[in-house]
Design a protein around this ligand. Structure first.
Ligand SMILES: *Cc1c(COP(=O)(O)O)cnc(C)c1O
Length: 408
């Protein structure tokens, strides 16, 4: 048996080991919070780390009243949903969650999926098909890319946040469609907050260009929901502009539960309920998970100061990094990239930080371009200024140490 599996696995595994892209998992021995207990895989000890790497931006995973509310939902609704949404799985918490998402996002309707990944894959492959055009930012999330592939539509990738290049791609596609005599159908799709750079899509301009050319606009607010805009509603609130036609998001980052959603018109959600295969052919999320997402979303609605608190911490951290002499712009999101350049150096700085009790992962090729290796910090509303100052100071010190010796 082992020899048969080897034919499928061994070449790829050894290649990954050779080019340093082989991945292992960290082990956390405490819940997601601004400080965590991390197991050191090298010496088997555990130590506390300031966690500057979480997507739980508002630090809601451990709020006592929210934990209690989820526990109550388990007692009321049991451990699993028992069926797909379209068979027996659709329970009151699922429906209430969808209404709350629609309200929160200021849309007519919403539909939930089990993950954000499934929301993207299901939505794009349902809306677009063979002969359609999808215009995709070059830095879009893998789930968007997979959705486009699954849809079998023609994908035109435009340069990151480059609106002139997007319009060029649209004109090119319209031209090609015109020549073939087919009706042109196109969709522009983009991350709202780009996950490795923390920068924002230009929603007002995207709306203008997409609609000028009769294209649908879809944005993925995974890192934007609960973070961007004064009350965390996302890019439309931030820019004070209209909404995209299709807004995707996740309930697993700032909302600190699990699941994905699509918000938009009732026609859109009605269509997806009937056409999105990742919605139809899977068991509904556990009702207690839907209830947790609902409670957490209501909490964000009731505590907009938490979103402002996060914004304050991001500003403070970026300012602290600059005070230490690092060239870092103030991030508009909760993601702060500190570009180091050299791959090995970025890894060494990240390891040395961890030895000092600060967890900031290094991100390198192929996730980002060669020579653009970076530390990717992400902040929580509850980080203390002391923690952030300590991290900024230690980071600068390590960046300026010429020969960091990697631990053996
Ligand atoms: C995290 C993320 C997703 C996936 O969401 P999950 O709920 O974790 O599956 C999709 N799109 C973007 C841009 C993301 O950052």
């Amino acid at each position: 048996m082992s020899t048969i599996i080897s034919k499928f696995t061994d070449a790829a595994l050894s290649e990954m080991r050779q080019n340093h892209t082989y991945r292992t998992m960290r082990l956390m021995e405490s819940p997601e919070a601004s400080r965590v207990l991390l197991r050191d895989t090298k010496d088997g000890t555990s130590r506390e780390q300031v966690l500057l790497a979480s997507n739980s931006y508002l630090d809601l995973a451990n709020v006592p009243e929210l934990k209690q509310a989820m526990a109550n939902a388990v007692l009321e609704w049991g451990t699993g949903s028992g069926g797909a949404r379209l068979t027996t799985g659709n329970k009151t918490p699922h429906v209430e969650l969808e209404s709350e998402i629609a309200r929160f996002k200021g849309e007519e309707a919403a539909i939930t999926f089990n993950t954000g990944y499934m929301a993207n894959v299901g939505t794009i492959s349902a809306l677009c098909g063979k002969g359609d055009y999808v215009f995709s930012d070059e830095l879009n999330h893998a789930s968007i890319i997979d959705g486009i592939r699954l849809s079998r539509s023609k994908c035109l990738v435009y340069k990151h946040n480059d609106m002139a290049d997007l319009e060029r791609a649209i004109l090119e596609a319209k031209d090609a469609a015109g020549k073939s005599g087919a009706e042109f159908r196109g969709m522009v799709v983009t991350d709202a907050v780009f996950s490795m750079d923390g920068d924002l899509a230009n929603l007002p301009e995207l709306l203008r260009i997409a609609h000028r050319h009769d294209c649908l606009l879809m944005i993925d607010e995974a890192h934007a929901t609960g973070v961007i805009g004064k009350t965390g509603r996302g890019l439309a609130e931030h820019y004070g502009c209209g909404h995209a036609d299709v807004t995707v998001g996740t309930l697993s980052k700032a909302v600190a539960a699990e699941g994905g959603f699509v918000a938009g018109s009732a026609k859109l959600t009605d269509f997806l309920r009937n056409k999105a295969r990742s919605f139809i052919f899977t068991t509904a999320m556990a009702p207690a998970v839907a209830a947790a997402a609902l409670n957490n979303l209501k909490f964000i609605n009731a505590h907009p100061e938490r979103v402002l608190q996060l914004r304050g911490k991001v500003n403070f951290f970026c300012e602290s990094l600059r005070c230490e002499g690092l060239d870092v712009a103030t991030s508009p999101s909760a993601i702060v990239p500190i570009v180091i350049g050299d791959e090995a150096k970025a890894m060494q700085v990240s390891e040395a930080l961890q030895e000092r009790g600060i967890l900031i992962p290094a991100i390198r090729y192929p996730t980002v371009a060669k020579g653009q290796a970076r530390l990717r910090a992400s902040l929580m509303a509850t980080h203390t200024k002391e923690e952030l100052e300590f991290a900024a100071h230690t980071l600068a010190e390590l960046c300026n140490t010429p020969n960091l010796v990697p631990r053996t």
